[in-house]
Write a protein of this length. Structure first.
Length: 242
């Protein structure tokens, strides 16, 4: 069990150091999935002498259980739909309504974040995507699918804890997979932390302002390279981790 997100981030950074060294990654870019993983991305970046930013994806909620993810959408509009979505009551109309609502949230957050800092360059860099844990893995899968459209040197997924099912689905989508623990049974992500407080929008904006003061603008970035995409669906296929 981790004390809190920063404890988990410090352990991830320690694991990442030899991986990035072996890949000859200089000045990598760490991307955190808001909101919980944003303080983690900042600390990992500090430990790795890296830049950091956010990657915007949103969970798609099940009709009768909002805490349950039936998929996710990335800010370019691409959908990842879990194979159990229909059995959870999510038909095509529900998914489209949920997609539209979450896209509005993503657009609002992107406008807020871009107002306080410019985004770092993605192209030809080692990119590390961080989250505080994977239960279904839906949001991470959406993030990795979106980033695969960018000309990266290396795409690395790093999480403190994941369910075995999420690990099996997410690991093949990254060039490198780092997960500190895959407990069974898994439960909720928060059950693996002694302290798991919500991260507020205000805290995220404060961290981005701090980063803006410390890092120069590096040119065309993730959001600038994205345009709204057709509603493409990615589905889990039960691939096992190597």
């Amino acid at each position: 069990m981790f004390r809190d997100r920063l404890d988990a981030a410090a352990q991830l950074a320690e694991r990442l150091v030899p991986v990035l060294a072996s890949l000859q990654c200089t000045r990598p870019l760490v991307l955190g999935i808001p909101r919980g993983a944003v303080p983690m991305a900042r600390l990992v970046a500090q430990r790795l002498d890296a830049d950091w930013d956010v990657v915007l994806v949103r969970k798609l909620r099940a009709p009768f259980s909002p805490e349950t993810a039936i998929g996710a959408v990335s800010e370019d509009g691409r959908l990842h739909i879990a194979p159990w979505a229909a059995s959870a009551g999510a038909d095509a109309q529900w998914i489209e309504r949920e997609r539209a609502e979450q896209m509005q949230t993503l657009a609002r957050r992107r406008a807020q974040y871009d107002a306080v800092r410019s985004r770092p360059l993605l192209a030809h860099r080692c990119v590390v995507v961080v989250d505080d844990g994977l239960a279904t893995g839906a949001t991470m899968q959406a993030a990795l699918h979106m980033l695969r459209n960018q000309p990266l040197k290396r795409l690395i997924c790093a999480v403190p804890v994941a369910s075995a099912e999420a690990a099996a689905q997410v690991a093949p989508l990254a060039d490198d997979w780092i997960c500190l623990h895959t407990p069974d049974p898994f439960g909720a992500v928060g059950s693996h932390y002694q302290q798991f407080d919500q991260v507020s929008d205000e805290e995220v904006l404060a961290l981005l302002r701090e980063a803006a003061a410390q890092m120069p603008t590096l040119g065309p970035a993730l959001g600038a390279a994205l345009s709204p995409a057709p509603a493409r669906h990615h589905s889990d296929r039960g691939t096992r981790c190597p």
